[in-house]
Design a protein around this ligand. Structure first.
Ligand SMILES: O=C([O-])CC(=O)C(=O)O
Ligand SMILES: [Mg+2]
Length: 423
């Protein structure tokens, strides 16, 4: 980023007041009568009701539309382990997106935990107060055990966004990109640079969507993950292939797809040149991709290019997923976010990209046209139709698979965030 852009980012966060979120009051407070309802003695009534039946928390408190965004700061974006407090701008940012795109209230919680177990215990103890928990920017492999334990211990959706949000959006974009390249996921040779939480979840979901595990070459810092290595954790080991290839240089030769979930500038123009025709490149490291889109487009005019960034076309970023996935899950009081709900979100995103784009979206991006093709493989985050399409698909899948504790919402389809509480 230029110095001016860096300063603009700092000013955005500090002005006119520090931070990106604030709390608002939803009830009248202009008289002593109001205070007697809001606080002593009136507040005792909902307390008694909730003590009788915890479900009443959904009726008398904000629980049902409240998501905790929780991190330990151990894998902030593609920046690394910078500690809990430094992750706060990202977690506030997730809260901004939850509210702006899906009308969900959220509070960010940054936990200094000395071990995964300490993190699990901290979150488990505060879990009941939320409608859902979004885990964010927690490093692998600890994130897998943390999520598994919390899903088991909590009766509300617990979702590690960097795994599943990223995987859902990547899978949707990939199905469309390969269609445009006239290739099939089943046949695609895929190179995945990175073996962290997002990489492992993306590859698992791509395999669930039809990719062949033997066509996937995953690389960590030491190179290709192959069956001869004895330094692999159980998660990486799932992607160990029988191969003589050892480096990115070797693996990229003839590859149809490059997915980067690692760090900045790790794919060179020379490596991109070695890929097959119409190469699909998802350089998703944030904020700086594995190859800059300008460099990629210059190197290969036939590239189908996506990044995680808001300032280039084809933004493959979990913002297209987590606000709406939680919206759908909260609205049917799902006990968890299961595989069927994730796959429903993939298809909703994939299909929406094939529909004509409304004028307000074109205006938001200051373009004359966006048409399904190389430059538009996935809906943009500013597309208001996401609220309806993804949330309803997720809610329906929750109902169909028996994890919903409420019926499909009668106030759906949602067209505006103002309508999320129903009529
Ligand atoms: O915050 C973003 O832009 C996407 C994300 O979750 C990450 O990179 O960790
Ligand atoms: Mg993240």
């Amino acid at each position: 980023m230029t110095d001016a852009k860096k300063q603009a980012a700092l000013d955005y966060h500090s002005q006119p007041i520090p931070g990106k979120l604030s709390v608002e009051i939803t009830k009248p407070t202009s008289s002593a009568k109001h205070l007697a309802l809001a606080y002593s003695p009136g507040v005792a009534e909902p307390v008694r009701e909730i003590a009788k039946d915890p479900e009443n928390a959904y009726l008398y408190t904000g629980k049902g539309n409240l998501v905790a965004v929780i991190s330990d700061g151990s894998a902030i974006l593609g920046l690394g382990n910078l500690g809990a407090l430094a992750s706060k701008p990202v977690m506030e940012g997730k809260g901004l997106l939850f509210k702006r795109f899906a009308g969900i209230n959220s509070i960010d919680i940054e936990v200094n935990a000395e071990s995964p177990q300490a993190f699990i215990d901290t979150v488990a103890r505060i879990a009941d107060t939320w409608g859902g928990i979004n885990l964010e920017d927690i490093k692998a492999p600890e994130c897998f055990e943390i999520e598994r334990a919390l899903v088991e211990q909590c009766n509300i959706p617990v979702f590690h966004d960097d795994q599943h949000g990223t995987a859902i959006v990547t899978a949707a974009g990939m199905l469309n990109a390969l269609d445009i390249a006239e290739k099939k996921l089943e046949d695609a040779r895929i190179v995945c640079l990175g073996a962290g939480s997002a990489a492992i979840a993306c590859m698992k979901l791509l395999v669930a969507c039809g990719a062949k595990a033997e066509n996937i070459y995953m690389l960590d810092r030491k190179g290709v993950i192959h069956s001869g290595r004895d330094d692999l954790n159980q998660y990486k080991a799932m992607f160990a292939t029988e191969t003589d290839l050892r480096t990115l240089d070797e693996a990229i030769e003839g590859a149809d797809v490059f997915i980067g979930l690692s760090g900045p500038n790790l794919l060179s123009p020379e490596q991109l040149k070695k890929m097959a025709d119409n190469p699909v490149v998802f350089a998703c490291s944030n904020p700086d991709p594995e190859i800059h889109p300008d460099v990629a487009n210059e190197t290969r005019p036939d590239v189908i290019m996506a990044t995680g960034r808001s300032d280039y076309p084809n933004q493959v970023n979990n913002v297209l997923g987590f606000p709406f996935i939680f919206r759908g899950a909260l609205d049917v009081r799902a006990t968890r976010i299961n595989e069927e709900m994730k796959v429903a979100a993939v298809h909703a995103l994939k299909d929406l990209a094939r529909e004509p784009v409304p004028q307000d979206v074109l205006d938001a991006y200051e373009v004359d046209a966006l048409e399904f093709g190389r430059g538009y493989i996935i809906p943009t985050p500013m597309d208001a139709r996401l609220l309806d399409r993804v949330s309803s698909a997720v809610a329906q899948a929750a109902v169909d698979t028996g994890v919903a504790r409420r019926p499909y919402p009668s106030h759906y389809p949602l067209t505006r965030v103002e309508d999320v509480y129903g009529g």
